[in-house]
Design a protein around this ligand. Structure first.
Ligand code: SAM
Length: 286
């Protein structure tokens, strides 16, 4: 299977593993499903949420900074956009200024201030990376971009759609336990569409499992996620999981329908330096 070229709304953040390009394929599975509610335990920058044909959303991510930012946009986008735009000026696009703002972010405990700085760091830092050290200090170096883009149009679109979303920042295990309780007690319908975009398994034995905010998304976590998918499909939900296509994931998702395809991935800063990588969607149906 090949993936079509993407159209639609891009997220306002650069985000590793963003699914904007995969939306034409993912949307074909959404269109076969007639519930109004989409659940995403690993929402990230929200490429899937933004382009999904649903009217209600339950969105989660372990990263508290990203969820605070999404929640602030939902509640008060006008003030946020005004403040964030002030930081997109040539005088702040210099290494010294970037490092001072990064320090301000790391010292701040105010959700609004951290969110404004988080967008600035995402657009001015190296490759849009989001990385913290063991002490949970953001430590991405300066990006040296000529003219960082202020994503005003994308922020407005996100803020409007976020009015239909409920956000949380939990580990996916806790998130799923809450979801299962709500289904069992009739607070949520069982026929949910749940799209999971976890940190991927390594492509080979020598690569390492992805580390987010000091925590490694290891083999145990991948197994736990597959078990939840099985359990939720048993209750009536459709669960789709994205991952690399490897011997490990083929075995992990053997109870599901597996759709394999190739994506061209940039492996260095040079966009021309692209290699084909095998990915899959594992689809657990009721
Ligand atoms: C591949 S990214 C998702 C990208 C998203 N689909 C998009 O298009 O922007 C994986 C996300 O999982 C989150 N994450 C990592 N470990 C997690 C955990 N244990 N529970 C919930 N979310 C987690 C990360 O913060 C990250 O945003």
């Amino acid at each position: 299977m090949t993936t079509n070229s993407p159209t639609g709304t891009r997220p306002f953040l650069k985000w590793a593993g963003g699914k904007f390009r995969l939306m034409p394929l993912i949307r074909t599975y959404f269109e076969q499903h007639d519930n109004a509610l989409l659940v995403e335990p690993f929402v990230g920058a929200g490429a899937v949420f933004l382009n999904a044909p649903y009217s209600k959303f339950i969105l989660n991510d372990l990263n508290k900074d990203i969820i605070n930012l999404h929640t602030i946009l939902k509640k008060n986008s006008a003030d946020f956009i005004l403040e964030a735009q002030k930081l997109f000026q040539p005088k702040y696009n210099q290494k010294k200024s970037y490092l001072a703002h990064r320090q301000q972010f790391n010292q701040s405990t105010c959700a609004f201030e951290r969110s404004v700085l988080f967008l600035y760091l995402n657009r001015h830092g190296y490759n849009g990376l989001c990385r913290y050290n063991q002490a949970l200090q953001f430590n991405v170096p300066f990006g040296e971009y000529l003219n960082p883009y202020f994503p005003e149009k994308e922020l407005h679109y996100f803020a409007k759609k976020a009015k239909k979303a409920h956000f949380s920042h939990l580990d996916f295990g806790q998130f799923f336990k809450g979801l299962i309780t709500k289904i069992k007690t009739g607070k949520l319908p069982p026929n949910l569409m749940i799209y999971c975009d976890p940190p991927y398994v390594p492509l080979n034995q020598t690569a390492r499992f992805t580390q987010y905010a000091g925590e490694i998304f290891n083999e145990h976590k991948q197994l736990e996620l597959a078990h939840f998918a099985q359990q939720l499909s048993g209750l009536g939900a459709t669960v789709i999981i994205s991952n690399h296509d490897t011997d490990f994931t083929q075995d992990l998702y053997k109870q599901a329908q597996i759709v394999s395809f190739e994506v061209n991935r940039t492996i260095s800063c040079d966009p021309k330096n692209r290699v084909p990588v095998k990915e899959l969607l594992a689809i657990f149906t009721p």
